[in-house]
Design a binder for this molecule. Structure first.
Ligand SMILES: [Zn+2]
Length: 231
C-alpha cells in the first residue's frame, strides 16, 4: 500500500507517464514505455535512406559521409528534447544514445568509428546548464559501440545569439566560424560521428564539419536525435 502510494506520488510529481501512450512508467522506463520504444517511433523510413532530408540540406555545403536522425521533431520528440535540455534527463540521453547505436550497428554504411564528437556548447552555456546534452547522448553511443567520446578537440570559440527566429541565411551567418579545432592532426585519417540533439537548417552541423574538415582525410558521419521540418 505504502509502496503503491509512493509510486503514485513519484509518478505524479515527476510526470512519470509515457510521452506516447500515456501509460504510467515502470521504474526502469524513462520518457517512453518499453512497448512504445519497440514501435516505429525511432524508425522513420524517410530519415535513414541515402539522400534523406538531412543529407539533402547538407549536400554541396560540406563534406560528410552520411547523415541521419532518429525521429522527426514531433510533439513527443519536443517533450523528450525539452526534458533532456532543461531537466538534465540523463535517461532520455541514454534512450537516444541506445537507439542511435542500434541504427549504426545494423547499417553497413558505418565502418569503425574512432571518436564520437558531440556538438560543443560554449563554456558559458555549460556553466549555466551544468552539462552538454549532446555529450550525454555521445557518452551512451560510445558505451554501446565500445568506442570513445572526444568532447575537447572541437570547441565553440564564442557564444552565438539564439537561432530561434532566424532564417537559414541568417543562421548560417550566425554560426559561420564559431567552431574550431584545437588540434587538426588528432582527427586526421580518423572516422568521427558528430552528434547533436536537434537538426534544424543544418547550419550548426555545417560549421562543425567545416572545422572538422581541417583534419586531413577525416571521415564524418552525422547523427542527430531529432530533425525539424521534414514535411
Ligand atoms: Zn507508451
Amino acid at each position: 500500500m505504502i509502496k503503491q502510494l509512493f509510486k503514485y506520488l513519484i509518478n505524479t510529481l515527476l510526470d512519470r507517464k509515457c510521452k506516447v501512450c500515456g501509460a504510467t512508467l515502470e521504474h526502469d522506463e524513462f520518457g517512453i514505455c518499453h512497448e512504445c520504444e519497440k514501435g516505429d517511433l525511432f524508425f522513420h523510413p524517410k530519415l535513414h535512406i541515402r539522400g534523406n532530408i538531412l543529407e539533402e540540406r547538407l549536400y554541396g555545403l560540406t563534406k560528410f559521409e552520411t547523415a541521419e536522425a532518429l525521429m522527426p521533431y514531433s510533439d513527443v520528440a519536443q517533450t523528450l528534447v525539452h526534458d533532456l535540455k532543461y531537466y538534465n534527463s540523463r535517461n532520455i540521453a541514454q534512450l537516444f544514445g541506445r537507439k542511435i547505436s542500434e541504427h549504426i550497428i545494423t547499417n553497413n554504411l558505418y565502418s569503425h568509428i574512432d571518436y564520437i564528437v558531440p556538438v560543443p556548447l560554449h563554456t558559458n552555456r555549460i556553466k549555466q546548464r551544468g552539462y552538454n546534452q549532446s555529450e550525454l547522448i555521445a557518452n551512451k553511443i560510445a558505451e554501446c559501440l565500445g568506442t570513445i567520446v572526444n568532447s575537447t578537440n572541437l570547441y565553440r570559440a564564442y557564444d552565438n545569439p539564439s537561432q530561434t527566429h532566424k532564417s537559414f541565411t541568417e543562421r548560417q551567418q550566425n554560426v559561420k566560424g564559431i567552431f574550431a579545432l584545437h588540434d587538426s592532426n588528432m582527427f586526421s585519417n580518423k572516422t568521427v560521428l558528430l552528434v547533436d540533439d536537434v537538426f534544424t537548417t543544418g547550419s550548426t552541423i555545417i560549421d562543425c564539419c567545416r572545422a572538422l574538415n581541417q583534419s586531413p582525410n577525416i571521415r564524418i558521419h552525422i547523427f542527430t536525435a531529432t530533425v525539424a521540418h521534414i514535411y
